[in-house]
Design a protein around this ligand. Sequence first.
Ligand code: SF4
Length: 708
Amino acid sequence: MPRTLTPQVKDLYGEWLQQNGFQSRPSQIEMMTFIESIINQSRAKIGIVEAATGTGKTVAYAATAIPLAREQRKKVVVATATVTLQEQIVQQDLPSLRKATEIGFTYSLAKGRQRYVCPMRLERIVQPDISSELLQRLDEHAGSSKPPIKQFEALLDAFNNMQWDGDRDNTPIKLTEEQWSPIITDSQGCTGKSCTSFSRCPYFLSRQNIRTADIVVTNYDHLLRSLQADTDIYPPLCDVVLICDEAHHLSSKVMTAFSARVAVNDSRALIMRVHGSLDRLQRGIADHDVIAQLVSTFKETYIGLLAKLEELKEYLKDCFRNARETETEYRFPNGNPKNEIREAATHLSFFYGGLATTISNVSAELKKIVENQDPNKMPQGIVEYLNELGGVSNHLNEATLLFEAYSISENRSACARWVTRSVDDLHPEWVLHNVPIEIDKIVNPLIWDEVHAAICTSATLYAGDEFQHFIESTGLGEQAPITLRIDSPFDLAKAVSLHIPNMQTLLTSQDQARLAHTREVIGMLPNILKQHKSGLVLFAARKTMTEVYEQLPKPLQRHCLIQQGTGVPTLLKEHRTRIDRGDRSYLFGVASLREGIDLPGDYCRHVVIAKLPFDVPDDPIIESKRELLQEDGVGRNELFMLLQLPPVILKLKQACGRLIRNEADYGQITILDIRVVKRGYGKRIFDSLPDYGIVTQYPLSKRDRIGS
Ligand code: SF4
């Protein structure tokens, strides 16, 4: 054990190794030493670590952060992007570490309110009078299926008998998203401490655990939303050691959490439905003056809003006046909508804001009724209605934010703004988008300036330009973070052979080149796949994947499992079953098979990359970022290197990372895209990949040679 680690970290790690019969790994210790320096703030308070598969990064950060945070009276919050990793941390890594420590520590999993059942609603819905009333109300909405009362009764039994903890991820009965909706709630629909089921509410019990736990495992969506809403679910960040795992997702998670979209016709329909239901509410609670006044305020605002939405639609149609029929997207240059749209947005932000306040006041009045009534005498449907208003409020708040953003005239917008239209003649729709692109303006005041210490880690952060792409995309530039790159502990030069077969087609942005490339892939795949009994074939686009699959010889097709309508877990299960019984099996997939799946040994001996996964060139977010950089004087070639190449490198590394999952693994990677050797940027791609034993079939000229 090295002297660099402090005694308490060394003790915990040493015990853990001993109990599990493991040897210490140099790469794990390197990561722990680095994290220790961050938590002790000896060099910087934020660190970035790219740790290859096999480093054991979860144990590295947990075994270091837990004792050091405790010593400094801080809490540890681990944020991840996927449920799979959260479960692995709370079900495997943390229990195994806890066994190894004498000091003991507590941990808790943080999830949003809608990940738990609302027992109060579950109880009410199984009462015959309530369920029939609710059935009637749901039937008013075309397409709504009837609530499965029998399953709800079974769930309530399981919950009452403590056979189920109310967590949706542990539910003994599978329900669809639509079936869950009447038995979950949000902050608007929840009556909190006044609720008769408060003391046994799984959501509030989980919040208590979060408050007292030494280490909280959460997901980015929940953490960001809680910080954005300024809730007290998490401890103040100045008392937190934050671990951002799967940190390559961080910037897209921030963008999603702070973006807004409004579908104009959907919004109109929702508001009209609310108008109708408020009428019914007013009739149901005839003697309530405050609600009567609020309903009349809603009606006054609603008429103006509907008229403005119609006006807005005409302006949006006009954006496509010179567009081809197939064009569905119009981006506002520099994030600045046209004047007439901006003016309409000014009115709409006012109207939506007014409706949001009114609905929030109606909710508050209804909550008072619920709180003051004997639960058994409560007017029917009020609790369910409160929940519905929660969904309406969320929409009104989102629309208010979007139209506020659209109403501002800026020279340099920090947001990408665009409108999409549907080409469906029967139900045309217009959707407005607002997505932040200057992330630093959000994350610095919200997270990085506040947090005690933070470690961002993932197996894929380094993209041929040191960590610059990650640092810039997560707004960390101002924080002067320090970085570490840990190579794979496996002997990849021996374990992996990388092939780039010769091909006729050099891909360009032309459709013809794409079609020719697809034809070549179809022709080559049978020979490429037959070399191994298992494989993962990754495509950049679903359309190409389907085209290739459909034109493969039928006997080969039978061995291929295509990611089309089938969920990833089902697909993986079938793949493993086929391999276990000695059959061939090749998985065909797109982005969601590129990361987070574990296919060790014979389950995956060959990863085939059908095409370098470049983003769509006219993606409005990339276009808007390009515009900002151009304004800053960045040249064309540099733009490509800054914006388009790093994401491709990261995706390629993720894809290649599916092959070697443990020390005994070996296999082949084939890239069916000769741009990696023919284009100038190929060297940058290769420099970012691990040192594979490169065996290329591509006849390289001296000029083309990799790394030259
Ligand atoms: S406290 Fe809120 S979420 Fe919990 S049971 Fe009551 S209404 Fe439902």
